[in-house]
Design a protein around this ligand. Structure first.
Ligand code: PLP
Length: 493
């Protein structure tokens, strides 16, 4: 057995009879409240038995193997790994918020309902839409909710045949997934040579499928970090065909304070609070994907709703005939909302306008500083993120995967790789607005150094990482043959 603590699973450190606790004798031992047999397990749970220090050291060492924005630069394109200011956590952890119960009477939690209500209002103002629900618990959950609103709208008009959704080929994978979960069919729209929606392809599809179109989903700036310049023509085409426009605002960063989806003709959108307005995320949560709608679509929004009526903030579930009803437990992830609201208030009306321009400045600075050594497939000004198509010099055999792995050796999180699927060697970089020029210059220098190493010592890059606790993993094997339980690991040894 490996005696380095973090080399083991907690189960491998287990010794029969070891304990990390001592409890007083149970004074209620004589009472025999028996659980029904159906609620009892058939055999003892196979739990690890360890002393307290072993447990503490094991998990502390494991936590040191983690990497987050607080450890270093994390330029993960499309995911917006934004720094989460300490004040967000302090306020979210205040007992007056953290100690709340979702079923307590409205009179006893006016402060929380007010925050909820004001966040709804702030999002409506920032996006130019009429009303928001904060219930969805992730971006994808928001997409599903938004599409359900769109479907309910069409059905309310007797338009049941509208079952198809237009989605650009550069879209985030959750877009087609959400449409499919909503029972809708996907019509893919091609990108043109500039990486934008191909208007001719869109016109063709709209003329063929017009009466079946429920909606078009768009991300703007799109997943290549490019601002779609044909929005007025696109919204007009889709609206004339009777479809609604859905805006994927997972990363609203570049738009904040600059322009608003509502003003551009979008009818429904979601925002990822856990990207646009800080909150640490990754590995599946916690998230929040509020959905906003233009005037006229409010009746379909889910419940519960938080409103201001009769001089107080109230939670309403009844009286909405056309509502989708509940789409999850209670109100969504409230702690994420607190952090988002604190982030918005910390910036204020004036500084919120700086978020977009600074995110774009940082991204463009990196792009221009590296495009002589990395392949830039689409020239021009980007917004908050951009995509390289691997190293410029393809003769070395060093791939995007190798560059990403080598970055780990220098203490950086890798950018998003092999996404979007439009290029073979996609390397997608998003610095966010928070990073200093020094940090960004350090990253640029390392990226140039890796390009140099690819020429002088390609094997060094191809066998990276060399400094991490675990070296290069076999991705294909991991996908084809995942070993995810201790029992499975033991059976296979
Ligand atoms: C992250 C992201 C999503 C999905 O958000 P989740 O919270 O991960 O479900 C959707 N669209 C875009 C453009 C995104 O970047």
């Amino acid at each position: 057995m490996n005696n380095k603590l973090y080399g083991n699973l907690i189960f491998e450190l287990s010794k029969p009879g070891r304990k990390g606790y001592s409890l007083p004798q149970n004074p209620y031992q004589h009472t025999t409240a028996e659980l029904p047999a159906t609620c009892c397990r058939k055999q003892e749970a196979q739990l690890p038995e360890c002393d307290e220090m072993t447990v503490v050291r094991h998990y502390t060492n494991l936590s040191h193997n983690n990497f987050g924005v607080n450890d270093g630069f994390y330029p993960l394109g499309s995911c917006t790994m934004k720094y989460n200011p300490v004040i967000n956590e302090e306020i979210a952890a205040m007992k007056t918020f953290a100690g709340l119960h979702p079923l307590q009477p409205a009179e006893t939690c006016q402060h929380a309902l007010e925050l909820y209500f004001r966040l709804q209002e702030s999002l409506a103002e920032l996006t130019g839409l009429s009303e928001f629900t904060l219930n969805p618990c992730a971006g994808a959950h928001g997409e599903l909710t938004g599409l359900m609103v769109i479907r309910a709208y069409h059905e309310s008009r007797g338009d049941r045949q509208r079952t198809k959704v237009l989605i650009p080929d550069s879209a985030h994978g959750t877009n087609p997934a959400s449409a499919a979960v909503c029972g809708l069919e996907i019509l893919e729209v091609k990108s043109d040579a500039h990486g934008q929606v191909d208007l001719e392809d869109l016109k063709r599809i709209v003329s063929e499928e017009g009466p079946a179109i429920a909606a078009m989903m768009m991300t703007n700036p799109n997943t290549l970090g490019l601002f779609e310049t044909h929005i007025p023509e696109i919204t007009q085409l889709v609206h004339e065909a009777g479809g609604l426009m859905y805006y994927d605002g997972a990363n609203l960063n570049p738009m904040l304070g600059a322009c608003r989806p509502g003003d551009m003709g979008f009818d429904v959108m979601h925002i990822n609070l856990h990207k646009t307005f800080s909150t640490p995320h990754g590995g599946g949560g916690p998230g929040s994907g509020p959905v906003g709608v233009r005037a006229g679509l409010e009746p379909f929004l889910p419940t519960p709703r938080v409103v201001f009526r009769n001089d107080m903030f109230q939670v309403e579930t009844g009286d909405y005939e056309q509502t989708l009803g509940s789409i999850g437990a209670f109100f969504g992830n409230f702690a994420v909302m607190i952090k988002a609201y604190v982030y918005i208030l910390s910036l204020g009306r004036e500084h919120v306008k700086m978020v977009g321009p600074l995110a774009a400045l940082n991204a463009n600075y990196i792009k221009e500083s590296l495009k002589d050594v990395y392949e830039l497939p689409i020239e021009g000004l980007c917004k908050h993120e951009f995509v390289f198509d691997g190293l410029k010099d393809k003769s070395t055999g060093v791939t995007t995967m190798d560059v990403a792995k080598r970055l780990l050796d220098y203490g950086y999180h890798a950018p998003t790789i092999y996404f979007p699927l439009l290029f073979h060697e996609s390397l997608m970089i998003e610095p966010t607005e928070n990073e200093s020029k020094d940090t960004i210059d350090g990253f640029i220098q390392v990226m140039r150094q890796i390009a140099e190493e690819a020429k002088t010592d390609p094997e060094l890059v191809k066998s990276a990482p060399h400094t991490t606790p675990i070296g290069r993993v076999d991705d294909v094997l991991a996908v084809k043959h995942p070993v995810v339980t201790f029992r499975q690991l033991k059976n296979e040894q």
